[in-house]
Design a protein around this ligand. Structure first.
Ligand code: NAI
Length: 296
């Protein structure tokens, strides 16, 4: 069998939080059998609710019938035991962003999955190479960075390490394509392609605002009307959350030392002051309530 003919049937997803539940849904929607593993029964229940809620919304919008929703949910087996991943050809790990926890999982997977299985981490900032060292087959490990919400966003960044086997990369690209998503491939550095470019740009907008070069409204208007972006950078930062944006920039800066990612000082000051954006009602703009229009 050549690499391009590789068939995947059973997909394991470890961690059914925001990302894992979405990833499990995406695979099930595309006809794969999914085994989802969580820490304990309560977490399994939360994962199930997440799946029911998300697919329920699709039913309400008329994108799926109730029978299709049931069939989809029946394709996902939920478990608290990693041993249930033994039949998986492809496993995506989507647990909390902790190197220690992720390494422990990849070590445990060693004794569970078949030697030809491919393993992936959905980490957004940790080193895929470092996570892979916990497993005896690092050549069969990649990063698969889905975007939030996974059922909606159409990009998946595939992260190759210096030891990822070329046929593994080709198989994962084809698999992502089968999900109806666009795969892009990049090296193992925090931020990958999209966030490296996006957060450099957002940080630059903050620096421009901090220097009183232009008002927040004019910075945002320039990018919306001049460049066709759906939102200006400062409004987008308020939506992302200034604390999250700061952490992402700080991680990228510490790893890559690219000064584009050195967080603008005012960002840290706003985070310290509790101005986190929409979620606290105040960021670059002021909000009456979450998702309300800007009231200045
Ligand atoms: P989350 O906190 O919503 O979910 C993590 C889940 O992992 C929880 O349900 C938790 O119970 C479970 N978990 C923890 N330890 C476990 C273990 N040993 N075995 C099984 N399950 C375990 O986190 P979220 O946001 O879904 O993030 C997951 C990963 O995806 C992280 O690596 C994050 O960096 C990455 N990511 C997050 C994005 C986002 O927008 N939230 C976007 C892209 C990637």
């Amino acid at each position: 069998m050549t690499s391009s003919q590789r068939e995947f049937q059973t997909i394991g997803v470890i961690g059914l939080g925001t990302m894992g539940a979405g990833i499990a849904e995406v695979f099930a929607r595309n006809g794969f059998d999914v085994v989802g593993v969580e820490l304990n029964d309560e977490a399994v229940d939360r994962g199930r609710q997440h799946l029911e809620h998300s697919t329920g919304r699709a039913v309400k919008r008329g994108k799926m019938t109730e029978a299709e929703q049931k069939a989809l949910l029946d394709q996902i087996t939920l478990s608290t035991s990693m041993a249930d991943l033994a039949s998986a050809d492809f496993v995506v790990e989507a647990v909390v962003e902790s190197l220690e926890v992720k390494k422990q999982i990849f070590q445990e997977l060693d004794g569970i999955v078949a030697p030809e299985a491919i393993l992936a981490t959905n980490t957004s900032s940790l080193s895929v190479t470092e996570i892979s060292t916990a497993n005896t087959r690092p050549g069969r490990i990649v990063g698969v960075h889905f975007f939030n919400p996974a059922p909606v966003q159409n990009l998946v960044e595939i992260v190759r390490t210096v030891v990822t086997e070329p046929d593994v990369l080709e198989d994962v690209k084809a698999l992502v394509g089968r999900l109806g998503k666009n795969p892009v491939v990049c090296g193992d550095k925090a931020g990958f392609i999209a966030n490296t470019l996006l957060f450099g740009y957002l940080n630059h907008a903050v620096a421009m605002y901090e220097a009183h070069y232009a008002s927040r409204e004019d910075i945002d208007a320039a990018m919306r009307y001049g460049c066709g972006y759906p939102m200006g950078p400062l409004a987008l930062l308020d939506l992302i959350g200034l604390d999250t944006a700061y952490e992402i920039l700080d991680t990228m800066y510490k790893q890559g030392r690219d000064r584009l990612h050195a967080p603008a000082p005012i960002l840290k000051q706003m985070v310290t002051a509790g101005m986190l954006g929409r979620k606290t009602g105040r960021g670059f703009y002021t909000y009456e309530a979450a998702d309300s229009p800007i009231v200045v």
